[in-house]
Design a protein around this ligand. Structure first.
Ligand SMILES: [Zn+2]
Length: 304
């Protein structure tokens, strides 16, 4: 029988234990997360000063190399957002990083603002003329930043001690009829489980204290519904774990990782350039239904 653990008001069966943290299937939260949950101030320091410098030093360089692909991906995503909203409007990108989504939004005629804690990322965004507030997105920031039609959260919720609290702040800055767009890693998926249970890999996606929460399509949808958001659209990104099963173990080898990423990029750019993006959507929709995908993305409407 699996061991159960409790921490403050979080409890559930233990799925993995890494570096002094346990991942539990939390019964009160409805999604998986580590316990103990790291301290908010300690995390703020990491994301302000260390994340882009120490943990992801090549992120900007790689993003610049991949500009075409970022543009194609973000264009498609913005078109979907526009369809759901019925028009273009204003977007707040929370955790806007190096601003690739923001830049695309501005180019496509959206009013776009970012909020980002990392010094380096804010400096870069401002150097290319993007409007970014240098801050964590907290209550004080939410009260002063204005109102928006869309709040975009890409790879944010998995890093936070209180993802429900952040989604409530998003509600607060959304206009009536607004949308929240949430993209998170799709973890503990079937392909990852095969690698661990049948092929002797370690659960490499458990990286405390950076990733605190682990979502999939169902648990993210549940969280959004609980907070009065109505899921309207699902997306995934390419299930990168397929490369692991094809013998390309990119996990310990960043160069191989870039090679695998280049192959996925090629697939998506070829289908974009040949005006076959609908084929990509069909392929990914069927994978999404079956629970696959490196990320799960949900676009949800704010219920009034
Ligand atoms: Zn919990």
């Amino acid at each position: 029988m699996s061991e159960r653990k409790c921490w403050i008001d979080h409890s559930g069966i233990v799925l993995d234990s890494v570096d002094g943290f346990d991942v539990i299937q939390c019964e009160s939260c409805g999604f998986k997360h580590i316990i103990p949950i790291p301290d908010e101030d300690e995390l703020e320091h990491i994301y302000k000063h260390e994340y882009h410098v120490k943990d992801k030093p090549l992120m900007l360089q790689h993003q610049l190399e991949d500009q075409d692909w970022h543009a194609a991906t973000n264009t498609a995503r913005l078109e979907t957002i526009e369809k759901l909203l019925g028009r273009k409007g204003s977007i707040l990108d929370v955790g806007s990083g190096n601003g690739f989504f923001l830049k695309q939004a501005v180019e496509q005629g959206w009013q776009a603002k970012g909020v980002e804690p990392a010094d380096k990322a804010v400096e870069y965004c401002r150097s290319i003329g993007l409007d970014v507030v240098h801050s964590v997105f907290d209550q004080e920031c939410a009260e002063t930043i204005g109102k928006f039609d869309v709040v975009y959260l890409w790879e944010v919720l998995e890093h936070l001690p209180d993802p429900a609290g952040l989604l409530n702040l998003c509600r607060q800055v959304l206009n009536r009829g607004g949308l929240v767009v949430v993209g998170v890693p799709n973890d503990y998926n079937k392909l990852q489980k095969i690698m661990v249970e049948d092929m002797d890999e370690k659960p490499w996606w458990v990286t405390p204290p950076h990733h605190i929460n682990f979502f999939n399509r169902n648990s993210l949808e549940l969280l959004l519904r609980r907070l009065d958001f109505e899921p309207l659209h699902h997306e995934i990104t390419f299930p990168m774990e397929l490369f692991l099963l094809m013998g390309k173990n990119y996990r310990q080898n960043p160069e191989l990782g870039r090679e695998c990423h280049a192959m996925r990029k090629e697939l998506e750019l070829n289908l974009t350039r040949t005006d076959n993006r609908d084929v990509l959507d069909k392929l990914y929709n069927s994978l999404s239904e079956a629970g696959f995908g490196r990320h799960t993305v949900i676009m949800a409407g704010k219920k009034d």
